[in-house]
Design a protein around this ligand. Structure first.
Ligand code: BGC
Length: 790
């Protein structure tokens, strides 16, 4: 596990000051670079030692059979697993006959810096070989945001104590051996040699490998080229075989000289394109990379990020760790989604093989809300991808005897890949999460073309699904029975409150959209009766409530279930799913991630203030947060109901999930939703931002340690900047014409902000909420490092 404060607290960088081989896999995830299309784990240049080698391409997967001891009707037959594709990061170094390997000789200095503004990973190494020769190496790596298929590495070698004979071996390697799989079901199934060679081409300073997966039949091409700046008589040769290509660069470097190798990499994959087509595609990408060269790519990277931070940065005064972590989180969200372009955004982005590289509801519920207000074009892309999988989702609905579209719980390409139906198939709420992401995006951008061409159909097909899953009982009340909400410790139950409330809004907004786009709706076969039936269902939706206790029920009957015996649950038996049968988890009051609290965030319009407080108190005592998606939601509602310090603790858990490896599984990839959750906890928690309707609303309130919070939201082409201080909040509007203005709510009061003017409003005093609620023993917000004083 990553030990206490592995990375110094700095506002714009993640810096590792010494190499700790025990946490290599974790640091490879933290230092992974990606643009949403290509992902390189932060493996050391020389490839060894490694925790988990990894190079990924969005949606490049292999199929594997899902084994069932007792299969049932409608079980998915095969699963999709992300493939570790051809490794282009490899650069080995021979120092006077001795391979540079940090396990041998002496590491005199080793530093890695992930620079969040430059978008680069820079490594500096001072090494003494076992024979006593010293060398300095500086490598700078980037995965380009501006050239989607391109990555580049600048590798500099300098002798320290006299002239050195150095050989640089820069490689492309397919079918790397991977470490054995752990027992944790969340870890990817390891695929042995998944790539079959199709073509290998090598020439003086580079080459290309083309492979194809055995079962999914996807083709991948990786190409490399080098620019070499070395002393006179530097030699460059390349050789290759089916699974590898090696460019060798040899020279004698005198003191004061250096050898600099720039490695340009291009990746491409396709399920349809021919081998020559793909070969040309990566060759073209390399040509484009050569046009810019390393310096050009680096400049463009910086400009891209300058623009991103200009519109999206969040400033936090009073907690420098959170300041660093929220920027790291935003950077990871950007890395996961920026250039995904009509492909999914996976739970781990492209930083590791965890969860088999699958996308879940995490994307729509945690990642897209952040992107909606920071990089809205990426949201349109992600929803276009969902839309492109509609035929599969319709097919799945048919198999399940349902109408409309049943989107997969976990997938890479759109087919359901969950082998555990109570948490997979039954978790239908993903449909409403998608619908809500459509609503949010359209509301924030007024992109009516998207709404007409993409959004409408998603809304209609998801509404149809709800109408067919549910039924009106003899009193007319509408129920969604036998479903699973986000809380996977309460499965296949009637009327999950999160599902019901999200489905209710889904039905309403679908019915509204149909009236706006009559012709298009007609083409989708929607009749007035059908839309009316959606409204009827929504209005009659059952919202389970326990009048005796005065709290809502997470599912019908939840509050009368047996309590979980927390006192008798030792700390080492968490996460519970790894130590207790689902049978037991399902029949007791124990919550993995809090559905009701989540509903109170995204459907906060359905509860009053008193209900929110009572519900929060009740469910806090029963929520164990065995999912990293939990803390940010608890932070948001803790802030809303007045437990600002608790909200701050939860914010820290969400934000530091990977930098402190709080769940001890960062090795498999970073937790993109939890990192997005840092933004959510700050903006929706302490900023009190809600987007239930056309008027964005804010209820700013800061915990005692934060002196200032500033964030910006992109809203209908304008940029709204919000600066929260303990007693007042300032709003201003940028990027619009002088007469542009925006109406917002500040603590319930309607206010108009005009472009170029600042509106300053007082923050009402926060009403004392009483003593904070207790969590189950041992389950208070996680922290490894004691909070530091500002
Ligand atoms: C959570 C799910 C989530 C998945 C991927 C699980 O542990 O319970 O809600 O979608 O992780 O992040």
């Amino acid at each position: 596990m990553i030990r206490e404060r592995a990375y110094p607290v700095e506002p714009w960088r993640i810096r590792e000051t010494r190499l700790d081989l025990d946490v290599l896999a974790q640091s490879e995830s933290v230092f992974a670079l990606s643009n949403g299309h290509v992902g390189l784990r932060g493996n050391l240049d020389e490839g060894e030692p490694h925790g988990l080698p990894g190079t990924y391409l969005n949606s490049f997967y292999e199929l594997r059979p899902l084994p069932y001891a007792e299969a049932g009707f409608g079980f998915p037959e095969s699963g999709q697993t992300v493939v570790n594709v051809t490794n282009g990061k490899l650069i080995r170094l021979l120092v006077d006959d001795e391979p540079l390997d940090v396990r041998y000789g002496e590491v005199l200095a080793h530093e890695r810096v992930l620079d969040l503004r430059a978008g680069t990973l820079r490594r500096t190494l001072h090494w003494r070989s076992p024979a006593g020769r010293e060398v300095r190496v500086v490598s700078t790596r980037l995965v380009s945001f501006t050239q989607r298929s391109v990555a580049a590495i600048s590798y500099e070698v300098e002798p320290v104590d006299g002239s050195l004979r150095v050989i640089v071996q820069s490689e492309l390697v397919a079918n790397e051996a991977l470490p054995p799989q752990s027992r944790d079901p969340r870890v990817a199934a390891v695929l042995e040699s998944p790539l079959q060679p199709e073509e290998e081409l090598s020439r003086e300073a580079g080459g290309l490998l083309i492979h194809r997966t055995k079962v999914s039949g996807l083709r991948v091409a990786a190409a490399m080229d080098h620019e070499v700046h070395g002393p006179e008589r530097t030699t460059v040769t390349t050789e290759g075989y089916q699974d590898w290509i090696r460019t060798s660069i040899g020279c004698v470097v005198e003191p004061g000289q250096e050898l600099r190798v720039v490695k340009l990499l291009a990746y491409g994959w396709s399920s349809k394109r021919s081998l020559p087509g793909l070969r040309d595609q990566v060759a073209a990408a390399l040509t484009a990379a050569r046009l810019d060269g390393f310096n050009g790519l680096r400049r463009a990277q910086r400009e891209y990020l300058d623009a991103f931070w200009d519109t999206s940065d969040v400033q936090v005064e009073g907690d420098p760790e959170v300041q660093q972590a929220v920027r790291f989180g935003l950077f990871q969200v950007l890395q996961a989604g920026a250039r995904a372009e009509r492909r999914p955004i996976a739970a781990k982005g492209l930083t590791g093989p965890g969860y088999d590289g699958h996308s879940f509801w995490d994307t729509e519920t945690f990642v897209l809300p952040v992107l909606t207000y920071t990089l809205p074009a990426a949201v349109a892309d992600a929803l276009h991808w969902r839309h492109s999988t509609l035929p599969l989702a319709r097919e799945r609905a048919q198999i399940l005897n349902l109408a409309g579209a049943a989107f997969p719980w976990r997938t890479i390409r759109g087919q359901e890949s969950s082998a555990y139906w109570p948490a997979g198939t039954a978790a239908f709420h993903i449909a409403a999460d998608i619908a809500d992401a459509v609503r949010r995006y359209v509301q924030a951008t007024q992109d009516t073309q998207f709404e007409r061409e993409v959004g409408l159909e998603l809304l209609v097909e998801t509404a149809r699904l709800w109408r067919s899953i549910g039924h009106h009982d003899r009193h007319g009340v509408f129920h969604l029975d036998g479903v699973t909400g986000p809380d996977e410790y309460t499965a296949v139950k009637n009327d999950n409150i999160y599902t019901n409330l999200m489905a209710q809004r889904n039905l309403w907004i679908a019915a509204d959209a149909v009236t706006r786009y009559r012709d298009e709706a007609f083409h989708l076969g929607v009749t007035d009766e059908e839309a009316a039936s959606w409204r009827d269902a929504a209005s009659a939706m059952n919202i389970p409530y326990d009048p005796e206790l005065g709290v809502h029920q997470q599912v019908e009957g939840f509050t009368r279930l047996q309590e979980w015996d927390f006192r008798d649950t030792p700390p080492d038996r968490y996460p519970l799913l790894m130590h207790y049968p689902y049978f037991d988890l399902y029949r007791k009051q124990v919550v993995k991630q809090p559905d009701l609290v989540l509903a109170m965030h995204w459907r906060g319009d359905a509860f009053d203030a008193d209900q929110k407080r009572r519900n929060f108190l009740y469910y806090e005592r029963r929520t164990v947060r065995d999912s990293s998606l939990s803390a940010c939601t608890q932070s948001v509602i803790a802030a809303e109901v007045g437990y600002l310090e608790l909200a701050h603790d939860y914010l820290r858990e969400a934000a530091l999930m990977d930098l402190h490896d709080l769940n001890e599984n960062t090795r498999d990839g970073v937790h993109v939703a939890s990192l997005a959750g840092a933004w959510i906890a700050l903006v929706a928690g302490f900023g009190g931002f809600r987007d239930h309707d056309e008027v964005p609303s804010f209820c700013p309130r800061l915990p005692s340690k934060l002196g200032r919070l500033e964030f910006s939201l992109t809203w209908r082409g304008l940029r709204l900047r919000v600066e929260v201080r303990p007693h007042e909040t300032r709003y201003d509007l940028r990027d619009g014409p002088d007469d542009a203005s925006l109406e917002l709510r500040h603590h319930g009061e309607l206010v108009r902000v005009i472009c170029g003017e600042t509106v300053t409003l007082p923050n009402p005093a926060v009403r004392p909420a009483g003593p904070p609620p207790e969590q189950p023993p041992g389950r208070s917000p996680l922290r490894k490092v004691e909070e530091i004083e500002p």
